[in-house]
Design a binder for this molecule. Structure first.
Ligand SMILES: Cc1ncc(COP(=O)(O)O)c(C=O)c1O
Length: 370
């Protein structure tokens, strides 16, 4: 028998979460189209595995050319937005061939386009740096960039020119409103579709989201919260798209004063029964998760004890006489343990845990069967 760890991807949860974004924004009076953000191998879930669940998205957004090509090869015919645009002139031919929509955020990209053939006009979104200071033209340079893009459009090199920006604090409604006002000013009088709003802004500022043409939610589609742990994904009506599960492969009786795992980072203060789970940091479970991090055993919430090793971790079975070798374990994504619970305990975010699942974990797609 192979090692019992596994991840399960639930297409229904993805579809449900996409619908949840749509209905939240619809309730605020808008019906923008949605770029489902599937960068980083669909936040660790696997591009090909999430496409069936996200088939009702209007477009897909990512940044690696090879991921875009995988989407086309998997049969996706809708729009694909490349969030960082092309990195070198040679990329442009791939945009033409695979009909990719680019983001233009830098003068160099405009320069690269000067030599494009113009045989297949490329649709683009011009990106405004609205204060995050990561990508985009500063407000004072945005019109110049737009004028140059229009020139390229007249030559047939560019197709539609849209406008986009990204929120540094999408979870803060006041800051979102301020950025939207800045964006509106910078793009005033410029025709073309607008794209704003990551998950936090879609769910936290739905009235702003309702005014844009294209939303760009990512993490919420996978059923994790875009906020700082609260409100939780469950409170937002989201369902986990990934369940990481394993099994107890050994049991130990530990006497009072006995240590658990490397460095005896946990020491029993009374006789305890410990279960050893086939999951470690080489599977993507965070090594920094401390004792007390929630882990579900046989459907009930227990806790991690001691340091996470490369291939194993220990859980407390003391109050669970029915649990033992062979009992199912949920590390996240079910039985009351969310990826955000684990992330919070480990001092990180759900995004990081999901994208760090390692390739040795077998992944299956479909409804979860215990
Ligand atoms: C430009 C852009 N738009 C949208 C998203 C989606 O963000 P989230 O996963 O927080 O919804 C990201 C993710 O980082 C992004 O970089």
């Amino acid at each position: 028998m192979s090692r019992p760890i596994a991840a399960h991807i639930d297409p229904d949860a993805l579809a449900h979460n996409l619908d949840a974004v749509r209905s939240t924004v619809a309730a605020a009076g808008g019906s923008p189209r949605i770029w489902a953000v599937i960068k980083a191998n669909a936040y660790g879930h696997g591009i090909e595995r999430v496409l069936p669940g996200l088939h009702r998205a209007d477009g897909l957004a990512m940044l690696d050319l090879d991921e875009a090509i995988r989407c086309r090869e998997a049969g996706w015919v809708g729009p694909i937005l490349m969030l960082e645009g092309f990195f070198e002139t040679a990329d442009i031919a791939w945009y033409e061939r695979y009909h990719l929509t680019g983001v233009l955020h830098h003068d160099d990209q405009l320069r690269m386009l000067r030599d494009a053939s113009g045989r297949h006009p490329i649709d683009v979104f011009l990106k405004l740096n609205s204060g995050m200071n990561r990508l985009g033209f500063a407000p004072g340079r945005y019109r110049m960039a737009y004028d140059r893009a229009q020139e390229l459009q007249r030559r047939g090199v560019l197709g539609t020119i849209g406008h986009m920006s990204h929120f540094a604090s999408g979870d803060n409604a006041e800051r979102v409103a301020a950025v939207v006002a800045l964006f509106d000013r910078a793009t005033e009088d410029m025709p073309g579709p607008r794209s704003l709003c990551n998950s936090a802004a879609c769910l936290g500022s739905p009235r702003q989201a309702a005014r844009t043409d294209w939303l760009r939610p990512g993490i919420c589609l996978y059923g994790a919260t875009p906020f700082e742990y609260q409100p939780s994904a469950a409170e937002l009506g989201l369902r986990p798209a990934m369940r990481l599960s394993s099994t107890i492969i050994a049991e130990q009786q530990v006497q009072a004063g006995g240590g658990v795992g490397y460095g005896a980072a946990f020491v029993a203060d009374r006789p305890m029964r410990i279960g050893i789970v086939a999951c470690g940091y080489a599977d993507g479970y965070p090594r920094q998760a401390p004792s007390g991090t929630p882990v579900a055993v046989a459907g009930r919430r227990s806790r991690l004890l001691g340091r996470v090793s490369m291939d194993m971790l220990a859980v407390d079975l003391t109050a669970m006489p029915q649990a033992g070798v062979g009992s199912p374990v949920t590390l996240w994504g079910g039985d009351g343990v969310s990826v955000d619970d684990v992330a919070q305990a480990a001092g990180t975010i759900g995004y990081e845990l999901l994208t760090r699942l390692t390739s040795r974990v077998p992944v299956s797609v479909g409804a979860w069967e215990a």
